[in-house]
Write a protein that binds this ligand. Sequence first.
Ligand SMILES: C[S@@+](CC[C@H](N)C(=O)[O-])C[C@H]1O[C@@H](n2cnc3c(N)ncnc32)[C@H](O)[C@@H]1O
Length: 209
Amino acid sequence: MREKKINSIKDYYEKTLLKYKDGPKAVNWKNKKSQYLRFEKICEIGNLNNKKILDVGCGLGHLVSYLDHKKKKVDYIGIDVSKEMISKTYKLKNDKRKFYCKDILKIKKSDIKLLKADYVVNCGLFTVKNNISSKEWWVIIQKIIKKMFILSKIGISFNLMKFNVDYKDRHLHYQSIDKLIVFLEKNVSKKIVIKNDNNLWEYTCLVYK
Ligand SMILES: C[S@@+](CC[C@H](N)C(=O)[O-])C[C@H]1O[C@@H](n2cnc3c(N)ncnc32)[C@H](O)[C@@H]1O
């Protein structure tokens, strides 16, 4: 059942990729400016220089270009459930930048050593729920956050759409901060920072060990 749901998400992104081919629109962002603003907030998790980063739902690996632009020297691993996305990252690959096609929900014990990183980040993975109900998507979000935390040595960061917006699109997920904090404090960590200091309809959450 969960497999079917994740496939519906994968199909959504692969259709978007087929339509736009490349650039921020191909990973469902409006433009590079807003995508880079999201990256900026996600990267406030810590000083990323000389650290190992795992980017969950890396899409076309645009975070690598952002980190290059910011002159950050990181050891980067990107994973994405979509083979189509990963196949388009080949030009970015080198010894310090690795990409794998993996569903974060299906990470095996044997993957932990390979993927364990100082910081585990995810930019936009929680935004589109497609035809999955908000209730079911929230269950999946919690599972993904727990997996991200297990794979991190220092902390994790991710973004979510604000709950109190004046217009809601049926295929997007809007998350109450209160409910998120109750979940995090009980199941993940009490060291939480919420960043709401931007003009996006989203907030960024940083959680530390
Ligand atoms: C909005 S896109 C963002 C891509 C990239 N992080 C960026 O900001 O440019 C979300 C990505 O998450 C991936 N994704 C969705 N569910 C996933 C899962 N369970 N495991 C790994 N990747 C997933 C999608 O295939 C898609 O490429």
